[in-house]
Design a protein around this ligand. Structure first.
Ligand SMILES: Cc1cc2nc3c(=O)[nH]c(=O)nc-3n(C[C@H](O)[C@H](O)[C@H](O)COP(=O)(O)OP(=O)(O)OC[C@H]3O[C@@H](n4cnc5c(N)ncnc54)[C@H](O)[C@@H]3O)c2cc1C
Length: 466
């Protein structure tokens, strides 16, 4: 039974990777820590439950990573995917700290496994969690509990009392026990983005947001983010920017997770509901491009698209939960997808005619490309000609939003007047926009949560002692 009448040193709101890294780090620094997780125990861990890997810099091959991935290379990758929309000082700090996280996270009970195969080509850059994100979380929870961190589930924070940039208390709502005021010397906000709040998404996306599927937890509704911004914390990031991928249109509204994501784009073409291509499917290697496809599909009529390929490539990518829709002919496939058969036949005929000979290799920017069509497919272009013809219907799958709270290198929130908050810190999705102005490279979400979570916990503990 957690004693809620006492005043804690550190209150952590959230129950995912960022929250647990913060809680463990604060506790190891000697603080008393309370974690409030809005979800019930079974669903604890937000989007972290769905993750598989984390991107960390390292100077030499490790037991599970194939070679060095230097800080400079990581920085260049981040610069490329964000188009420079990142806070360089914070990003370089995160990248530097990520080197240490590879070992630190193992010290907290998490185990690594080598990279999975498939199209993501992550064997050098990303370490995979043995057993996936849920096993990773279980290890962090176990460690936190052993260290004496107090944890409450079904513990939704519905209000924050903040005066002049100083956190005083939080209002907690529980199914049993009602509302309680919780007091703490410092706050770590690690409550995710607002991706599960369709009404909030609609403010920027309009009615199209009704057709978005949310890949992760329904509990990340952005309530904490909204309160912090309303109470004087400086915001960072474009509210329309988010991590969004193409996921199976047959996926559930929430929590479809990784098994509904399609990595087959590079092996075929993608058409909209008019059976027209709309973007270069072979622009860059998949880890640097997979996260643009959600936005691309969101911009298409009715927010629906179809990945089309043929039987020669079915074993080239990770299978997903839903089987592809098949047709013995293009016309039959078009019928099943409710697309105009003549339009789809023309798109595929034109595409096939534009394919130039080359040597196919999906792990590099190969020379298989088209000539004379718009948009071009600049790599991995091969004719779609061997039946059965196959398709996946896809919709925008929102992973997480980038609008967040501005922080400094201590993970301390900055107020609208530019001054650091007296005692409020943020980590994870809720401050991801500091590093991710736009774009994404696989595995950075967990890097942001681990690095800034660890820092936030340590700094919050120090702050509480002073
Ligand atoms: C399907 C999928 C796969 C992914 N795969 C990867 C991957 O392999 N690698 C990677 O780096 N990233 C991946 N991501 C992104 C990654 O999940 C996030 O970047 C990361 O988990 C964020 O951690 P977090 O702790 O900030 O947020 P979360 O893990 O989402 O935790 C937020 C927590 O806040 C709680 N909360 C929200 N509101 C309240 C409230 N009012 N009161 C109390 N608690 C509240 C939620 O219940 C939740 O526990 C993936 C995401 C999805 C959806």
């Amino acid at each position: 039974m957690v004693d809620l009448t006492r005043r804690f040193d550190v209150l952590v709101i959230g129950g995912g990777n960022a929250a647990l890294c913060a809680a463990i780090s604060a506790r190891r620094a000697g603080a008393s820590v309370l974690v409030l997780e809005g979800a019930p125990k079974f669903y604890r861990g937000g989007n972290t439950r769905h993750t598989r890997n984390m991107r960390c810099a390292h100077d030499a091959a490790t037991e599970i990573l194939t070679g060095p991935y230097t800080e400079e290379e990581f920085w260049k990758d981040l610069l490329l995917v964000t188009g420079g929309q990142t806070d360089e000082e914070l990003a370089r700090f995160m990248i530097h700290e990520s080197k240490d996280i590879l070992n630190w996270i193992v010290e907290q009970g998490v185990r690594w496994q080598p990279s999975l195969g498939g199209t993501l080509s992550l064997g050098r850059t990303n370490s995979f969690f043995l057993g996936g994100g849920r096993a990773m979380l279980n290890a962090l929870y176990r460690t936190a509990e052993e260290l004496g961190v107090d944890i409450l589930y079904d513990a939704e924070v519905i209000d924050l009392v903040i005066e002049h940039g100083m956190f005083l208390s939080a209002q907690l709502k529980q199914p049993v026990g009602g509302r309680t005021e919780v007091r703490a010397s410092t706050l770590v906000a690690a409550a995710g983005g607002f991706e599960a709040n369709i009404e909030w998404l609609k403010q920027y996306w309009g009615e199209a947001a009704d057709n978005f599927l949310i890949r992760g937890t329904p509990y990340n509704r952005g309530a904490i983010l909204k309160m912090l911004l309303a109470k004087g914390v400086q915001e960072i990031g474009d509210p329309t920017q988010c991590h969004a991928v193409a996921i199976d249109a047959r996926a559930p509204k929430f929590d479809g997770g990784i098994i509904t994501r399609h990595d087959s784009v590079v092996f075929g073409i993608v058409v909209n509901k008019h059976a027209e291509r709309f973007y270069d499917e072979g622009e860059d290697i998949w880890p640097k491009r997979y996260a643009i496809w959600g936005r691309l599909v969101a911009a298409q009529p009715d927010q629906i698209a179809y990945i089309i390929f043929d039987s020669t490539v079915v074993t080239s990518f990770m299978p997903t939960l839903f089987p592809p829709i098949a047709g013995a002919t293009i016309a039959e496939l078009a019928g099943k997808l409710e697309l105009d058969a003549a339009a789809l036949e023309k798109t595929i005929t034109d595409f096939n005619a534009a394919v130039r000979p080359g040597t196919f290799d999906h792990t590099i920017l190969d020379d298989c490309r088209t000539e004379g069509i718009t948009p071009a497919k600049t790599h991995w272009a091969r004719r779609i000609e061997t039946p059965p013809y196959l398709a996946y219907p896809v919709r925008p799958g929102i992973t997480f939003t980038y609008l967040g709270t501005r922080v400094n290198k201590q993970s301390r929130m900055l107020m609208k007047d530019g001054k650091p908050s007296a005692n409020m810190f943020a980590a994870g999705e809720i401050m991801a926009g500091n590093v991710l102005g736009k774009g994404y490279a696989a595995g950075i979400g967990m890097t942001i949560g681990s690095v800034f979570g660890r820092v936030a916990g340590r700094e919050a503990a120090k702050n509480a002692r002073n």
